[in-house]
Design a protein around this ligand. Structure first.
Ligand code: TYD
Length: 231
């Protein structure tokens, strides 16, 4: 149904304006193996049960182009590898696509987007851990995201060794470790410290939760924070 025109409202001040609820953009961040995808699914089920239109997606990925970039950036082993600058641009390219193809249209019609990693991962992995210029990253982020940052971001905080151990026990069953999982302990410690630093710098958007909790308990904490934030 089309919304009433300004003219019809002036002529009939009783005319009700039907607006969709505001879109909500929630992201989960953290070290490898923190259990982000489980929490994304549990939150999506809870909000769907309340009648919201919910999309769970992930970064890099979530679109056909993004999924191809994901495979490349995680697993490319060709001669020359991927230099950090190219890696940064690959994440930004995937993000530019998902923001315009999927996220913005859904948020505009009042949906809830739950994304497993987003721009904060770029600041932490390519900025803090790979050491690329943070000013350049900030400019690229604004361009890739069209300025739409999450409304609420959960950092599932976990000792980086414990996270990697969880990833390995999962990985042995199915796939090889990727380019990021192969990095050393110092790299993963920078990741953990990086997310905590972002959360400290922007407390209005971030919530840090202990990822070592059982998934059900963690979900209850997540839901309580979402309820608070959504009013
Ligand atoms: P994934 O298998 O999704 O890892 P996880 O389960 O830990 O989320 O792989 C995504 C990898 O890409 C992960 O190691 C983090 C990294 N990454 C970046 O380096 N920069 C980014 O901007 C994003 C979104 C991910």
């Amino acid at each position: 149904m089309n919304p009433p025109s300004p003219k019809s409202i002036i002529e009939n001040p009783q005319a009700e304006i039907h607006r969709p609820p505001p879109g909500v953009f929630i992201t989960f961040e953290g070290v490898e193996g923190a259990g982000k995808s489980t929490q994304c699914r549990m939150l999506a089920d809870a909000l769907t049960a309340r009648g919201r239109e919910v999309l769970v997606t992930r970064e890099p990925g979530g679109t056909p182009l993004g999924e191809e970039l994901r495979t490349l950036v995680k697993h490319f082993q060709g001669p020359g590898g991927i230099v950090p600058e190219a890696e940064l641009l690959m994440f930004c390219a995937a993000r530019a696509q998902i923001v315009r193809q999927t996220l913005l249209p859904l948020l505009t019609r009042g949906g809830v987007v739950i994304c497993d990693r987003f721009a904060d991962s770029t600041t932490v992995y390519q900025g803090f851990a790979r050491g690329l210029d943070l000013g350049v990253i900030r400019t690229l982020q604004a361009f890739a995201t069209a300025g739409r940052m999450p409304d609420l971001t959960f950092v599932l905080d976990l000792d980086s060794e414990a996270g990697l151990a969880r990833t390995k026990s999962r990985g042995e069953a199915n796939a090889h470790t990727d380019r990021f999982e192969q990095e050393g302990r110092a790299f993963h410690e920078r990741i953990r410290a990086g997310f905590l630093a972002l959360a400290t710098a922007e407390p209005a958007r971030f919530r840090v939760l202990p990822a070592a909790l059982p998934p059900g308990e963690l979900h209850q904490l997540v839901l309580a924070e979402v309820d608070k934030a959504l009013g």
